[in-house]
Design a protein around this ligand. Structure first.
Ligand code: ADP
Ligand code: ADP
Length: 223
């Protein structure tokens, strides 16, 4: 089975109002296990909308979302939330780390919520931080970290519960070009090291070229 199968997705915002915008017009996309796919399109093309629907954070007007062979649109809200927490990791342009907790705690907390013991959760958090080179900063709060370090911690948090699918929306879009390049490299190592499947939105073609496949969004469909 594909890890992610999107078919016939449509989405219109502000229907019936002057500000109506049809963002998706029958978008299809298949991601196979272990595949890392770049989603490339200009700002406003609907990348965030597609990722939010794929990540079960938003619902389409029509169409289907299958994760690992399971049709999501038929599930109850409760079950969908379970699948989202267990199988999908999400990374945004901004880190969205909890400011009052340390880097380590930010990666430990989602594991505790999933029923992992504190001892195991801390060991995994340290291992993930070491993989992205931020282990020495484990006990700092996000505000004490650089933008690149904050984003590396957010990658670790997204992978904390070993999801099957990673969705990333301009994961290095907030960083200066040099930092972006290095931080993106760290993300790719993390993803390749786990054999994870990923859909990563970017408008940086150089970064896109490091992935297995590039898909483009145009007029609400995936080309
Ligand atoms: P991208 O991620 O490619 O920049 P988005 O999915 O964020 O594209 O947005 C696509 C279009 O839909 C834009 O015109 C945006 O302004 C609009 N849009 C996105 N989210 C909403 C929303 N919640 N309500 C109304 N319009 C929205
Ligand atoms: P990006 O360019 O990274 O996609 P945006 O500024 O387009 O970021 O969108 C940021 C967030 O705001 C998204 O969650 C999107 O759904 C929402 N959004 C975008 N445009 C609108 C809009 N016109 N009305 C309401 N929400 C919007």
């Amino acid at each position: 089975d594909p890890i992610l199968k999107l078919s016939g997705l449509t989405k219109t915002y502000n229907r019936g109002k002057p500000s109506e915008v049809q963002v998706l017009r029958g978008a299809d996309l298949v991601i196979r296990p272990g595949e890392v796919v770049a989603l490339v399109a200009p700002s406003g093309a609907g990348k965030s909308t597609l990722l939010h629907i794929a990540g079960l954070l938003d619902t389409p007007d029509a169409g289907h979302v299958e994760i690992a062979g399971q049709e999501m649109t038929k599930l109850s809200d409760r079950r969908r939330t379970q699948v989202r927490r267990a199988d999908v990791g999400f990374i945004y342009q901004f880190h969205h780390l909890l400011p009052e907790f340390t880097a380590l705690e930010n990666i430990v907390l989602p594991q505790l919520a999933a029923g992992v013991s504190r001892r195991e959760a801390e060991a995994r958090a340290r291992e993930l931080l070491a993989q992205v080179g931020v282990e020495p900063r484990a006990d700092h709060r996000p505000a004490a970290l650089s933008g690149g370090e904050q984003q590396r911690v957010a990658f670790c948090r997204a992978l904390a519960n070993a999801p099957r699918l990673l969705l990333a929306d301009e994961p290095t879009g907030n960083l200066d070009p040099d930092t972006s390049d290095r931080v993106f490299g760290a993300l790719m190592e993390l993803v390749r090291g786990t054999g994870l499947s990923a859909l990563i939105a970017t408008h940086n073609l150089e970064l896109a070229s490091r992935m297995d496949r590039v898909v483009r969004m145009d007029h609400g469909v995936v080309a």
